[in-house]
Structures are given as C-alpha cells and as structure tokens.
Design a protein around this ligand. Structure first.
Ligand code: PRP
Length: 183
C-alpha cells in the first residue's frame, strides 16, 4: 500500500462522499439565499479547505457574485500554541475592507486558529464576516468560536480525506476516514 510507513492507517469511513456532498449542497443553498444579489469573497484556508471550498462554490448559483481567495497559515509552534497565534504565510489578494467575507475551514479542533483569524479579519473592517466550517470537533475545543455555516459535528477521532491530511497524505479521498495507529 502506497501510504504505508507514516505510522497510521485508514480505519473506517466516518462520512461518505455522498453524505458530504449532500451537506455541501445544503450549505451552498444557505449561502445563496443569504447573499443573493451581493458580492462575497469566499476565502479558503489552505490547504485543508481547498476541496471543500471548490465543491461549495460550484453549488452556489450565479445570483451571488462570488470571488475566490485563499490564505495560508502556519502555527508558531508549541510555545505559542495556547495563544493560538498563527503566522500568515500567504494573505488574501483582495482587500477585505467593506467587503462581505466568508472564511472557509475544513475543521475546527481547538478553535484557536479560527479565533485568531476572526480577530484578524474583523480588524480589517469587512462589510460582513462569516465562517463556514466542514467539521467541528467539540471534544478538543479550547476557545469558543462562532461557526455560521457548519457541515458536521464529529467525535474526537483523527480524520483524513476530503482535504484533511495526516502528514500530507489522504487529502484526495472523497470520503472522510478515521485513522488509527498501524500497530
Ligand atoms: C488544520 C485546519 C485548521 C486548524 C484547526 O490545519 O485546517 O486550520 O488545523 O485546528 P485548531 O482548531 O486546533 O486551531 P492544518 O494545520 O492541519 O493545516 P492544513 O489545512 O494545511 O492541513
């Protein structure tokens, strides 16, 4: 098996591709209803959100003037893990001031990344700011976060697929799997 050697293996499908796609369609319909006739910058957090966001925006009809942008962040490491401070590796190409922004994330785990990004974005004076998150894992939450459009709540299992990785692997899978140690 190609992915052998990272210490983990695929265990079970937690969310099938079909279930995910149905929920993504529902989220897109909510976004379409709310933003009809308006412009919104849908901004994905690389890399995990890339696949979710690409499916999401394709289900929002032409009545919404969608612009796409991306940011990339990296954690500052253990010393600032409790603060949740993140380094912006790639910022938006668009100015967010006075714009409607939807930030798209694949998963909220401790919530620290989303809390940090919310503060960062709101400081830029957007016209509106909302968050769209595919998965929330409440068991590991350290800070409260506001998720305006949420796909699923999941238990405390390490998950991969549909954009989510372990050591860079398995992002391409259409289903979301739980992984377990190989031995
Ligand atoms: C994941 C995810 C969030 C963050 C959530 O990113 O995409 O950005 O972790 O964790 P938190 O709620 O505990 O802050 P990751 O660092 O795995 O990068 P990736 O998106 O490139 O996979």
């Amino acid at each position: 098996m190609i992915a052998e050697g990272c210490g983990y293996k695929l265990d079970n499908i937690m969310l099938s591709g079909g279930v995910i796609q149905r929920r993504v369609s529902e989220l897109a319909a909510e976004i379409e209803a709310e933003y009809r006739g308006r412009e919104v910058i849908v901004t994905g957090v690389l890399k995990g959100a890339a696949i979710f966001m690409s499916d999401l925006v394709r289900r929002v009809g032409p009545s919404v003037d969608i612009r796409m942008d991306f940011i990339a962040v990296s954690s500052y490491g253990n010393s600032s893990a409790s603060s949740g401070a993140v380094k912006i590796v790639k910022d938006m190409d668009t100015y967010a001031e006075d714009k409607n922004v939807i930030l798209v994330e694949d998963i909220v785990d401790t919530g620290l990344t989303l809390a940090y990004l919310r503060d960062m974005f709101t400081a830029r004076g957007p016209g509106s700011f909302k968050t769209c998150v595919l998965l929330e894992k409440p068991a590991r939450k350290k800070v409260d976060t506001v998720i305006d459009y949420k796909g699923f709540t999941i238990e405390d299992v390490f998950v991969v697929g549909y954009g989510l990785d372990y050591a860079g692997r398995w992002r391409h899978l259409p289903d979301i799997w739980g992984v377990v140690p190989e031995k």
